[in-house]
Ligand binder design. Structure first.
Ligand code: NAD
Length: 348
C-alpha cells in the first residue's frame, strides 16, 4: 500500500532460469581478503547479516584469494546455518591463482574442488571465469569484420573455428556437469562486453543461462546498458557486478592492484570527496544508481563488514521507496564526465 515503507529486499528473475535473486547480491571476493584482511568472525557476521536482511545470492570463485574466498564463504554459510534451498550459490572455473585453464579436464575437476571448499553438494551457477583470457583471442581480432549474427553452434565459419575453446570444449564440459547435478546453470563472465554476444551468437538457445558483467553498470561506466535488450532477447540472466567499480566509488578508494588509469582513480576520488563534504556516501549513491535498472537481475557487490551489508541493503530499500539522489547525482556525474565509460584492457 502507498505510504508504507517496503521492508523486504526485492527479488528479481534471472533470465529463464526460474531463479529469483535478491536485487543486492553478495560478492564474496572480499572474503578472500583481496580488499584487505577479513577475520573468520567478521566473515561469519557479514554473511549472517546479509542472509538476515534478505540477500539470497552469493558469488565466489576459486581464484579469489587463491581458494580462500570459497573456503571462508563455505564456513560462514555453515556457521550461520543457512538452509541450502534458501540461497543461490555461484562459483567459477577456468581462472586460478596459478593461471588460466579452460580445458574440459580442468573445469571438471575444478567443480569437485569448489564443492568441497564450499561444503556443498551442488552450486546453482558455475561460470567460466573471465573468458577473454580463454582462446577467444584470434576470434576477437575478427570482430571488426561482419559476421552472421546467429552462427550455428557447430558449423561456424572457418575463420572462427580455430580458436574457440570456450565454445567447443569448456561449455560442453559444463553441460555434462549440469546433467550430473553438480551445477544447475551455466554462466560466462568477463570484462570486454563483446565476448558475451560473440559466445551467445554461437551456441543454441538455453546453452548459456547467465552472464556476469563487471564494472560496466555504475555511475562512471554504463556501457552494459546497450547490451541489455540483446541479452533479454536471448533469455539470458544478467548479473551486474562491481557497482562500486572495485572500490573506485568508495571513500577509502580502490586497492593497490586496481587496474584503472591514474586519471580515472583521481576523478572517482574527487567525486567521493565531494559527496563526503555534502554529508553523503558515494557508495550508497552508486548502489542506488545500479539498482534502478530492473533489467539487471542482481547488483553484485563485494562486502566484508556488517556495516557494508546494511548500507547496501538500505540503498535498495531507498530505491523501492522512491528516495532519489537526483541533485547530488547530477554533480557527481559532472565530476566523472571526463572519464565516463573509461575502462582498462583485459584478456589476451
Ligand atoms: P565492488 O565494486 O563490489 O567493490 C567492492 C569494494 O567495495 C570492497 O572493498 C568492499 O569492501 C567495498 N564496499 C562494499 N560496500 C561498501 C559500502 N557500502 N561502503 C563502502 N565500501 C563498500 O567490487 P567487487 O567486489 O570486485 O565486485 C563484486 C563481486 O562481483 C565480487 O566480489 C565478485 O563476486 C564479483 N566479480 C566477478 C568478476 C568476474 O567474474 N570476472 C569480476 C569482478 C567482480
Amino acid at each position: 500500500p502507498t505510504g508504507e515503507m517496503e521492508k523486504t529486499l526485492e527479488l528479481r528473475s534471472l533470465g529463464n532460469t526460474g531463479l529469483k535473486l535478491s536485487c543486492v547480491g553478495f560478492g564474496a571476493s572480499p572474503l578472500g581478503s583481496v580488499f584487505g584482511p577479513v577475520s573468520d568472525e567478521e566473515a561469519i557476521a557479514t554473511v549472517r547479516e546479509a542472509f538476515r536482511l534478505g540477500i539470497n545470492f552469493f558469488d565466489t570463485s576459486p581464484y579469489y584469494g587463491g581458494t580462500l574466498s570459497e573456503k571462508v564463504l563455505g564456513n560462514a554459510l555453515k556457521a550461520v546455518g543457512v538452509p541450502r534451498d534458501k540461497i543461490i550459490v555461484s562459483t567459477k572455473c577456468g581462472r586460478y591463482k596459478e593461471g588460466f585453464d579452460f580445458s574440459a579436464a580442468r573445469v571438471t575437476k575444478s567443480i569437485d574442488e569448489s564443492l568441497q571448499r564450499l561444503q556443498l553438494d551442488y552450486v546453482d551457477i558455475l561460470q567460466c571465469h573471465d573468458i577473454e583470457f580463454g582462446s577467444l583471442d584470434q576470434v576477437l581480432n575478427q570482430l571488426h569484420k561482419p559476421f552472421p549474427s546467429s552462427t550455428p553452434y557447430i558449423t561456424h565459419p572457418s575463420i572462427y573455428q580455430s580458436s574457440s575453446q570456450i565454445i567447443n570444449e569448456t561449455i560442453p564440459a559444463l553441460q555434462k556437469l549440469k546433467q550430473s547435478g553438480k551445477i544447475r546453470f551455466i554462466g560466462i563472465t568477463g570484462l570486454p562486453l563483446q565476448i558475451f554476444s560473440y559466445v551467445l551468437d554461437r551456441v543454441p538457445p538455453g546453452t548459456i543461462d547467465v552472464i556476469l558483467s563487471y564494472c560496466h553498470y555504475g555511475i562512471n561506466d554504463t556501457t552494459l546498458k546497450d547490451l541489455l535488450p540483446y541479452l533479454k532477447s536471448k533469455g539470458v540472466g544478467v548479473i551486474s557486478a562491481s557497482p562500486l567499480s572495485m572500490g573506485l566509488l568508495t571513500e577509502n578508494g580502490p586497492p593497490d592492484w586496481h587496474p584503472a588509469s591514474p586519471q580515472l582513480k583521481a576523478a572517482c576520488q574527487n567525486a567521493a570527496d565531494f559527496c563526503k563534504k555534502k554529508g553523503k556516501d558515494i557508495s550508497k549513491i552508486a548502489m542506488k544508481y545500479s539498482l534502478c535498472n530492473e533489467d539487471i537481475s542482481t547488483v553484485l557487490v563485494g562486502m566484508k563488514s556488517v556495516q557494508q551489508v546494511q548500507v547496501n541493503v538500505e540503498a535498495a530499500m531507498e530505491v523501492v521507496n522512491g528516495e532519489k539522489d537526483e541533485e547530488i547525482l547530477v554533480e557527481v556525474e559532472e565530476i566523472l564526465k571526463p572519464v565516463k565509460n573509461q575502462t582498462w584492457l583485459s584478456g589476451i
